[in-house]
Write a protein that binds this ligand. Structure first.
Ligand code: SF4
Length: 328
């Protein structure tokens, strides 16, 4: 039986933060079970960061280094940059002809994102941003992917992708599969100050942080403000450190919770345990990262070969799509 095919990607945001680890762990598992295409979505980055395009290449590179250091294997999965495969843009164009505007305006995140950027003084009401779900559909369907790992919040985008593919198949010829969601458990970790983790808030914890940086960031994590003395009974539910323990110190979580509630452990000691666990998890990644950085030609080779394989597969789809639209 042939393996299923997966497309997934990330916008190039530079060095990844620790919240991305669960996504990468899932990708690493999937690369053994499916034919996987993992893409640096640099055109997607342009939809909102068109005025910061100069950072995109450097960010893409740092991100790919983190992918590889975390265990993504270019011998098992196709790793490439979206803009190295122009077939994404061509399919996006064909899809844009058949996608009603109403479908795009109904995307739940569209208005939220416009508002969010507007509050930061940025206008992203451009043609590209409205159409980014169409580009996303092209990203998936240009490989005829049948499976897409998504979080619950991305299900409406995948449904839109299916609708676009269905419409194409109905108007012309059946070319595209209907990709199914593979729901991924993504650990949503807050930044050290308890807000959403983001570089712009300077509250993030990168996968590649060295032990000293890790220690500093963990020490800066917000805890139960009611705890003044070590013996004060604490409330772990409102503590950022506790959220991280839930993932990185899971076997000892109930003991930590109990000790916190009983006032048997101080926050400094509790943070020390967490910093140690985080270091244990990320040190093999850091070591692999160092080796990759010392051989810059390696990343170039991975991306060149990935783009070649991706273009080859995408061109097969485009031959079918062109034939479906324009005839032989
Ligand atoms: S003891 Fe640990 S879980 Fe409890 S408030 Fe302090 S840091 Fe948070």
């Amino acid at each position: 039986m042939s393996r299923g095919r997966i497309l997934s990607g990330m916008r190039p945001t530079g060095k990844l933060h620790i919240g991305h680890l669960s996504v990468l762990e899932n990708w690493i598992k999937l690369q053994n079970e499916y034919d996987c295409f993992f893409c640096v979505a640099d055109w997607h980055a342009l939809t909102t960061s068109f005025d910061e395009a100069g950072n995109i290449n450097a960010n893409a590179r740092e991100m790919v280094i983190d992918w590889l250091a975390s265990g993504l294997d270019p011998d098992k999965a196709v790793v490439f940059v979206q803009s190295d495969v122009p077939q994404h843009a061509e399919l996006h164009l064909l899809f844009s002809m058949i996608t009603p505007l109403g479908w795009l305006e109904r995307v739940p995140t569209y208005k939220d994102q416009i508002r969010h950027h507007h509050q930061k003084g940025k206008d992203i009401m451009n043609y590209g941003f409205l159409g980014y779900p169409v580009l996303q559909a092209a990203d998936i369907l240009v490989y005829r992917a049948d499976t897409v790992p998504v979080g619950e919040d991305q299900l409406p985008h995948l449904e839109l992708c299916r609708e676009i593919g269905r419409r194409f198949n109905h108007l012309y010829k059946p070319v595209f599969p209907e990709p199914q969601a593979k729901l991924a458990q993504v650990a949503l970790l807050p930044g050290v100050d308890g807000r959403k983790m983001s570089k712009s808030y300077a509250n993030d914890l990168t996968i590649s942080a060295d032990p000293e940086e890790l220690r500093k960031k963990v020490n800066a994590m917000v805890t139960d403000p009611g705890r003044i003395r070590k013996t004060d009974p604490g409330n772990p539910e409102i503590c950022v450190v506790h959220k991280y323990h839930g993932i990185y110190t899971a076997p000892e979580l109930s003991t930590i919770e109990e000790d916190c509630r009983q006032g048997n452990i101080g926050c400094a000691a509790c943070k020390k345990i967490l910093a140690g666990k985080l270091d244990e998890t990320t040190s093999p990644i850091r070591e692999r990262r160092q080796r990759i950085v010392q051989d810059p030609g390696y990343v170039d080779d991975v991306l060149r070969e990935g783009a070649r394989k991706a273009r080859e597969e995408a061109q097969l789809t485009m031959d079918m799509a062109r034939e479906a639209v324009f005839g032989a």
